[in-house]
Design a protein around this ligand. Structure first.
Ligand SMILES: [Zn+2]
Ligand SMILES: [Zn+2]
Length: 349
């Protein structure tokens, strides 16, 4: 079934979106799959772009977190058939180049990030729409197991991949104390992944009371930034956390992380950084042999591992969702998220 137009959420100027009728997405190359979207989520990255829309042309179809059903496939696609239930990475990669063969898909020259203009590479229409064209689909898409709900599946392309990469790179041993700076969706899912991967105490640092309450209900020790250092020190005989995950980014996220880490500990920053430079405690980092890593999630590399955590019930991703609303309520959903009246909103089609 081909159609001429579709509904989509498009960028409409700083901090504004609207639902527009646009030309329908379609197959344009042999590696493409056309996905009929059933769920798509609004991400902190979308909100950040609305606030700092440097490389985001008006009219851009937004969104990069999606679950759907395969509608049509290009002539060389081998892994998917019409009717398959899928989710997919938030960015594309060729799967064949030197970087892709190493599992470093983010460095692929064919990278394009759905729904973000040219902020992270070549422009590619986003997933907050009735239909989505997915290039390099055999690499980018994954089959969703029956045990994974559509709502949980929207975390696979970005948030869960980011959380999984953060903990993977944090060098933790069973029982280690892990502190997470920021209790948004990434921080919250990171706290769950840390628990599922045998961390000891997981401390989540977050100023908003409602977000702390949710983190507590999911097993973390949630604390206001003011009390974070004393809590972490009380848990570690004064040493500080074995690993700290910065899930907010910028100078604020890094300085909070350095305030919690122990000697010889590892800080992993997965929050977005916009500044060209920021203050760095060089002398202390040397004297205490600190490790600082910057990490970007890679659903294509890590999906086999984290999918198992969800399909076996070790991670309850539905608990991160504030609410699921009809697609036509997207404008109000964006307004609530921009005002921090909600944490994660999923649009249903
Ligand atoms: Zn996202
Ligand atoms: Zn590649």
């Amino acid at each position: 079934m081909t159609r001429a137009t579709m509904k989509a959420v498009v960028y409409d100027g700083p901090e504004r979106v609207k639902i527009a009728t646009v030309p329908a997405a379609e197959i344009t190359g042999p590696d493409d799959v056309l996905v009929r979207i059933t769920r798509t989520a609004i991400c902190g990255t979308d909100l950040g772009l609305l606030r700092h829309p440097g490389d985001l042309p008006t009219g851009t179809i937004l969104g990069h977190e999606y679950v759907g059903v395969v509608e049509a496939i290009g002539s060389s696609v081998r892994g998917f058939r019409p009717g398959d239930r899928v989710s997919g990475s938030d960015f594309t990669a060729c799967g064949r180049c030197w970087w892709c063969r190493r599992g470093d898909h983010w460095e692929c020259k064919s990278r394009a990030f759905f729904g973000t203009g040219t902020s992270f590479g070549r422009a590619l229409d986003g997933a907050q729409a009735e239909l989505l064209r997915v290039p390099f689909a055999d690499v980018v898409l994954q089959h969703l197991p029956d045990a994974v709900s559509d709502d949980a599946g929207i975390f696979f392309g970005d948030v869960l991949a980011t959380a999984y990469a953060a903990i993977s790179r944090a060098d933790i041993l069973p029982g280690d104390t892990v502190a997470i700076v920021g209790g948004g969706p990434v921080g919250l899912v990171t706290s769950m992944v840390a628990g599922a991967r045998s961390a000891g105490p997981v401390v989540l640092v977050e100023p908003l009371e409602a977000r702390r309450a949710r983190a507590t209900s999911l097993g973390a020790l949630a604390v206001d930034p003011v009390g974070a250092s004393s809590l972490v020190r009380s848990l570690t005989d004064g040493r500080g956390a074995d690993a700290v995950i910065d899930a907010i980014g910028g100078g604020l996220g890094l300085s909070a992380s350095f305030g919690l880490i122990r000697k010889r500990g590892t800080i992993v920053s997965v929050g977005v950084h916009h500044d060209d430079s920021s203050a760095f405690p060089t002398r202390r980092a040397f004297a205490e042999e600190l490790t600082l890593r910057f990490v970007i999630g890679d659903s294509m590399r890590d999906r086999d591992q984290f999918t198992a955590l969800v399909s076996t019930g070790l991670l309850d991703l539905d608990a991160v969702i504030t609410r699921v609303v009809p697609f036509d309520d997207a404008v109000g959903a964006y307004a609530d998220l921009l005002a921090q009246r909600a944490m994660k909103i999923v649009l249903a089609l």
